[in-house]
Ligand binder design. Structure first.
Ligand code: ATP
Length: 431
């Protein structure tokens, strides 16, 4: 597998990810997705939405506001307990989380550290012109709370019966003490979360099923199964509200780390919001003829961490006659460009035909066009950004109305009629 630096460099060089505010020296824990990164990230989110919302009949979507009533964050327990233990080094002055210390000493210089203090990870802001305690609000540190407070709205309007879920993708903010490892730990990131509501006795089965479904999702999009592992948290590690949590770990170059967490949250969240708001959030089960608070299973995934895992898993270096071919073997659904049009020459005779094909294909997919330098170099440029198919337009195309499709992974070439190009590519891309 590639090391992190190789991926960081590729991302910068080819326009996947740039440091935020780079011309001002960057800004720790914040990143910008470039022309290719925005496509990759959007494709990851679309693939998740398709699997979770479009293809299932028991999950509906939601897009709630990032800034919510602060009362919600008091009720959820975040104001009180969403904290990390923080220490300062007395020698080098660097800040660390207590769980990152090296035998109780600073992980950077080995110096002595201060006593631990709790640090709340929520970013604060003020609503309105007066910056006082009464106007404090928070940027959400997870998307889940927006789902819980809309449980009744979504359930009633979508007319869903248990079990059913509400899914949301959106920006999240955490004032992480030690952001780093590229886009693995950010201060601004995106999450893809589902709150899946069940009858209490269905919760455990749903939990096991979600773990399986989520592993299958990553594998179906190209992550090698052997790079994933499951970590079931032992009872003593569980958060107080959790009745079971399993993390899906990915073998990152810096060690196995969490990609997604799946938690059985019982009725903790609905119960807390019901108590704090005074609103009845119970569900009337007309089959059982009883009213109760549903139990919840929460699969919570990070978009940016998934993007990093997909990049790492796709990265291959293969020997070829010119040295090494770098290729991102993305699943076609994730590849920023699905196809690249490569006219063999820039001659006026070929350009109109090639540009016409380009315009035609762009109606269906993101398609690149490259007529600079040798065809070999152009294949390599597309391989390096994971474009699954290149279409070469040559002088014969003017006569026989055919073009050549070149496959990124097998490197095979087939000739097809221009009129068959869209169906042929559709079949190969399976989309
Ligand atoms: P960690 O232990 O790594 O801080 P967490 O257990 O706090 O993560 P959760 O609160 O379970 O994370 O959030 C769900 C998902 O959101 C994580 O699995 C991860 O993919 C993503 N995530 C959490 N924190 C960050 C972050 N700072 N940057 C990027 N993604 C994150």
């Amino acid at each position: 597998m590639a090391d992190l630096e190789t991926i960081v460099n590729l991302c910068k060089r080819r326009g996947f990810v740039f440091p935020s505010s780079e011309i001002y020296g960057g800004f720790g824990g914040f990143w910008d997705y470039g022309p290719l990164g925005v496509e990759l990230k959007r494709n990851v989110k679309d693939a998740w939405w398709r699997a979770i919302v479009q293809r299932r009949d028991d999950v509906v979507g939601l897009d709630s506001s990032i800034i919510m009533s602060p009362r919600a964050w008091h009720a959820s327990g975040h104001v009180e307990t969403f904290t990390d233990p923080l220490v300062d080094c007395k020698q080098c002055r660097k800040r660390s989380r207590s769980d990152e210390l090296n035998a109780g000493r600073c992980p950077f210089c080995g110096g002595e550290v201060t006593a631990e203090r709790r640090f709340n990870l929520m970013f604060k802001t003020f609503i309105g012109p007066v910056e006082d305690e009464a106007s404090v609000a928070y940027l959400r540190p997870e998307t889940a709370a927006g789902i819980f407070v809309n449980f009744r709205n979504a359930q009633a309007t979508a007319r869903k019966k248990l079990p059913f879920g509400i899914a949301q993708i959106g920006k999240t903010f955490r004032n992480e003490i030690t952001p780093g490892k590229f886009i693995f730990r950010d201060r601004e990131f995106e999450q893809m979360e589902v709150e899946y509501f069940t009858r209490p006795e269905q919760s455990e089965t749903a939990y096991r099923q979600w773990i399986q479904d989520r592993v299958d999702w990553y594998v179906g999009l190209g992550i090698r199964r052997e790079h994933l592992s499951l970590y079931e948290q032992p009872t003593e590690e569980l958060a107080h509200y959790s009745r079971g949590t399993t993390d899906i770990l990915y073998a990152f170059p810096f060690g196995e780390s969490e990609l997604e967490g799946i938690a059985m949250r019982g009725d903790f969240d609905l119960g807390r919001h019901q108590a704090a708001s005074g609103e009845d959030l119970s569900y009337f089960d007309d089959e059982a003829n009883e009213r109760y608070l549903p139990h919840v299973v929460e699969p919570s995934a990070g978009v940016d961490r998934s993007v990093l895992a997909f990049l790492l898993d796709a990265y291959h270096e293969e020997p070829d006659k010119e040295g090494t071919r770098v290729v991102l073997k993305f699943h076609p659904a994730l590849a920023p460009f699905k196809v690249a049009i490569l006219p063999l020459s820039r001659k006026e005779t070929l350009t109109p035909l090639a540009k016409g094909i380009w315009a035609d294909l762009r109606r269906h997919w993101m398609v690149a066009y490259d007529d600079a330098q040798s065809i070999g170099r152009r294949y390599r440029r597309q391989d390096e950004i994971g474009t699954p198919f290149c279409v070469t337009v040559d002088f014969d195309s003017l006569q026989d109305n055919c073009v050549t499709i070149r496959d990124r992974d097998a490197m095979t070439q087939v000739r097809v009629a221009i009129s068959d190009l869209v169906p042929a590519l559709r079949e190969k891309l399976d989309m």
